[in-house]
Design a protein around this ligand. Structure first.
Ligand code: ATP
Ligand code: MN
Length: 470
């Protein structure tokens, strides 16, 4: 390339009319190439900056036309220096007349798996190192990025402080026993306590059993009890052996926690929050969202637009049970008051009955964790789940139990050792306040926004039972 450098530009910017007349350097990967009889080639170049690529016109008088340009295939990496011109073609504002095309890496079309045809998502999972080069996965990556930006923007603008809660922890927030253990013990020669024959964790790295976190909530409560409004956003691990299209063993969770916040404040926050990420995706990832609407789910834009402009339904669990039992519907799992709602029940409510997001709240105390605030009826707790069509539960949260004596009795009820939670209990002994929070699974949100049916396709490298490739 010449000394007098051309302006490096992304394909996304070169596609805009403002770029017309500029000499630019574009770098990316060939999607397609076709040759005209008149002796030039059209190359569609994509660099990941946008869904659409840009058309490059390469004339036969370029010095490497026969040797390289005419041999370009899908997946080859190239640099192009050229002039951005107004495109005579429909559906694109610009095209680029190449002054030079430099080949960096070839991609043998005999073996390169991504040829110009539609591949199934199942197949693409087996080539997770190449799938980001497809339209679908490029779009998912950009929408996911946009959601993360919105998450931070939203909470920062609302005055929440970003705190980092630990990934390795000794406490089990959910008490559900779905934790991955972290150890440096040699599993072939596990040290045992002589008398009892149990594992001697004093020989382990942390001197005690430790795990990957299932939630940053308890630590979030510590910071909320000092700084008011905080949120964590990080990886979360659950060893749940459920091979569903909505569960991952490693996922990203956003968890706001706020002091002087009751369940209704929490609902308002959740509703504003979801609307904000949906609206931002439609505004900032317009082309990608159009793609999902065309190829993945023909109703997605309409659904999201409707949600942004309307109010979520708020429904106590008890009324939900009445709706479900009165629906005349045969569910696989029959509904009675006190049972945990299954995905089929949640989906009935949000997809069929209300046809919009539903915030269910005040669940039976027996099916919810110890930290949720007990209501005056003593039968229910201040829990809330936000349900959306197709995905089901997208957010789970609650007002937390701030009363020391009731918290302790709830822990006893659930056979939890209060000694392990001494610091959590301390928060109720010193300056306890009403507080609330929730968790949003990032992948569930991206799933919902894109219409992608399998959660494995909205995270770059999915971890599920029996699978940790790439
Ligand atoms: P579910 O009933 O769907 O398993 P949960 O009740 O275990 O969810 P919470 O413990 O309330 O969920 O977690 C908060 C949020 O984290 C959920 O609303 C969901 O968005 C997300 N989430 C929970 N488990 C997973 C998982 N295994 N994979 C991806 N996201 C998850
Ligand atoms: Mn779960």
């Amino acid at each position: 390339m010449s000394e007098n450098k051309s302006e490096k530009m992304s394909v996304a910017n070169a596609r805009k009319a403002e770029a017309i007349g500029r000499e630019v350097l574009l770098q990316g990967w060939v999607r397609t190439r076709r040759d005209s009889k008149a002796g030039f080639s059209f190359i569609e170049l994509n660099d990941g900056s946008s869904m659409g690529g840009i058309q490059i016109i390469a004339d036969k008088d370029l010095e490497n036309y026969e040797s390289e340009i005419k041999r370009l295939t899908a997946g080859c990496s190239i640099s192009v220096v050229g002039l951005v011109k107004e495109s005579p073609g429909k559906g694109q504002a610009t095209e680029v007349q190449a002054k030079s095309v430099t080949l960096h890496g070839t991609a043998d079309s005999e073996t390169y798996p991504l040829q110009k045809k539609r591949h199934s998502f199942e197949f693409l999972r087996t080539i997770a190192h190449l799938r980001p080069r497809t339209n679908s996965f490029g779009a998912v990556a950009r929408v996911r990025n946009c959601a993360c930006r919105s998450i931070h923007n939203f909470f920062q603008e609302e005055g929440f402080l970003y705190v980092h809660t630990p990934i390795i922890t000794a406490s089990d927030c959910e008490g559900a026993g779905e934790m991955f253990q972290v150890t440096t013990l040699d599993l072939n020669e596990v040290p045992k306590v002589p008398d009892t024959g149990t594992v001697d964790f004093s020989k382990d790295f942390f001197d005690r059993p430790s795990y990957l976190t299932v939630s940053g909530q308890l630590e979030g409560e510590i910071y909320a009890s000092a700084l008011g409004k905080v949120y964590t956003f990080g990886p979360t691990f659950r060893a749940e052996n459920s091979n569903t299209s909505r569960h991952l063993a490693e996922f990203w969770m956003v968890e706001p926690e706020a002091a002087f916040f009751d369940l209704y404040d929490n609902m308002d926050l959740a509703e504003r929050f979801l609307k904000r990420i949906f609206r931002d995706a439609m505004e900032q990832c317009h082309e990608d969202m159009e793609f999902f609407n065309l190829r993945i789910d023909k109703t997605i834009l309409e659904t999201l637009t409707k949600i942004v402009d309307s109010e979520f339904v708020r429904l106590p669990y008890t009324e939900a049970v009445e709706i479900l039992t009165g629906s005349g519907r045969q569910f696989e799992f029959p509904v009675t008051w006190g049972c945990d709602l299954q995905a089929e029940h949640e989906r009935f409510l949000t997809e069929e009955h209300f046809k919009c997001p539903v915030i269910l709240y005040d669940y039976p105390r027996t099916i919810k964790p110890f930290y949720m605030r007990v209501n005056d009826d003593e039968k229910t707790v201040r829990a809330m789940d936000v349900l959306v069509p197709k995905v089901g539960e997208i957010i789970g949260g609650s007002q937390r139990e701030e009363r020391l004596d009731i918290l302790k009795s709830r822990m006893a009820e659930q056979n939890l050792d209060t000694e392990n939670y001494w610091w959590y209990i301390d928060l109720r002994r010193y300056g306890s306040v009403p507080h609330s929070g929730f968790g949003l699974g990032l992948e569930r949100a991206v799933q919902f926004m894109t219409g992608m049916t399998n959660i494995r396709d909205v995270i770059p490298f999915p971890r599920t039972p029996g699978s940790a490739d790439f």
